[in-house]
Design a protein around this ligand. Structure first.
Ligand SMILES: Nc1ncnc2c1ncn2[C@@H]1O[C@H](COP(=O)(O)OP(=O)(O)OP(=O)(O)O)[C@@H](O)[C@H]1O
Ligand SMILES: [Mg+2]
Length: 368
């Protein structure tokens, strides 16, 4: 943001500052109903950058509803403003939104322009849902960690006693039994360690999200011998974020491994994982409003998550796989929560998307 001198800003700087920080989405259409301008809130709402949508007709917003377009044309001709409540819009990525919007015809150079202000109706619902997700997750983790501690303490004793016993046993054949005790105690300890989560304090440094994703991609390629197609759609403008690189790798790998496993078990024609990154502005996560958030979408074309477990996949020990311990997503969610972020998921057969939101600056303000 350019300032002429400390404390004085030009009028256009102030206008830009206001538009960039408005929670309301603002879109300007020209006389042919193509997009001339979108503010960051509108980019976020419509899931596309103004670069992607500039000069695009807005007909794509209103799925099959020609009536909405006719009303916009009528407003252009008559110059009368109007407001719509609970209208359905379709975003750039094909998601449906419920919004209120008002349309104001304004005189431009040689043509009338339409100024549209959009207010998302789902926003408050989303804040509440996320808060609930975060608090449910925190409760489950506290419970499981407490239990894991209680299991871990006697385990050391059992293992130690079995070792002592083994030394005292002259009959080698009986060692088979002490081996079983020691091996099973070790197996249980591994599980308990995973339940307890990382013991080290996070090592926060500047990390490049794409370097992290590339590390995970090379691990996935190695594990699947290249059987899964990885499609990258990176936004190179995302600045570095303050994070623990090892933990982020772990979180993303847990999600990608699930995709790999889901696709291995199913007859997906060409197994594919799409990795998309975007910088989003003015995002609310839980009750915190963040100025800039890094959003990572990991989308696979596998069979989708079974309905029976969809609402609880982030809980520890919930698994849909015979061999699964059900910890991968719970650990991933904890890691991203520690970075003040959130993971969300939506799924249907042929498209499962995990969305990771990580704030790019740790300064935030409460919206409540
Ligand atoms: N991309 C996906 N496609 C289909 N199902 C999924 C996907 N991601 C997760 N799941 C379902 O969610 C369950 C929970 O995943 P989570 O990673 O927490 O545990 P897990 O994979 O079963 O075990 P672990 O990761 O501890 O080895 C999985 O068992 C699977 O049924
Ligand atoms: Mg897993």
């Amino acid at each position: 943001m350019g300032t002429t001198s400390k404390g004085t800003m030009s009028k256009s700087d102030i206008h830009k500052l206001i538009l960039d920080n408005l929670a309301t989405s603002v879109v300007m259409l020209n006389g042919t109903l193509t997009i001339e301008y979108m503010n960051p809130a509108a980019e976020m709402l419509l899931e596309a950058s103004s670069r992607q949508l500039n000069k695009k007709p807005i007909s794509a917003w209103f799925s099959a509803d020609g009536a909405e377009l006719e009303t916009l044309h009528a407003a252009l001709e008559s110059g009368h403003p109007y407001t719509r409540r609970e209208a359905r819009l379709v975003t750039h990525n094909g998601h449906e939104l419920t919004v209120d919007y008002s349309v104001n015809p304004v005189p431009g150079v040689g043509e009338t322009l339409l100024l549209i202000e959009i207010e998302a109706r789902d926003r408050l619902m989303r804040i509440e849902r996320e808060e609930e997700l975060l608090s449910r997750h925190a409760t489950a983790r506290t419970l499981v960690r407490g239990l894991a501690h209680e299991i871990k303490n006697p385990l050391g004793g059992i293992r130690g006693a079995a070792q002592l016993l083994q030394r005292e046993l002259d009959n080698i054949e009986l060692h088979e039994y002490t081996h079983v005790i020691i091996e099973e105690a070790d197996r249980l300890r591994n599980l308990v360690d995973r339940l307890l989560g990382p013991r080290k304090l996070p090592k926060i440094e500047d990390v490049n999200i794409h370097a992290i994703l590339e590390r995970v991609c090379s691990l996935v390629t190695a594990e699947t011998a290249g059987a899964i197609r990885l499609v990258r759609d990176y936004d190179p403008s995302i600045p570095e974020l303050k994070a623990d690189a090892e933990q982020l790798i772990q979180a993303v790998l847990n999600i990608m491994r699930n995709s790999m496993q889901a696709m291995q078990g199913a007859e997906t024609v060409t197994p594919q994982i799409k990795i998309r990154t975007r910088a989003l502005r003015q995002i609310t996560l839980g009750a915190e409003k963040h100025r800039l958030v890094c959003c990572i979408d990991i989308v696979d074309n596998g069979p989708g998550i079974p309905d029976e477990i969809l609402n609880k996949i982030f809980y520890p020990m919930v698994s849909g796989r015979a061999q699964g311990s059900g910890l991968g997503l719970s650990i991933a969610q904890s890691i991203i929560n520690q970075h003040h972020g959130l993971i969300e998921c939506r799924t249907e057969p042929g498209e499962t998307c995990f969305q990771l939101f990580i704030p790019l600056e740790l300064k935030y303000e409460s919206v409540r």
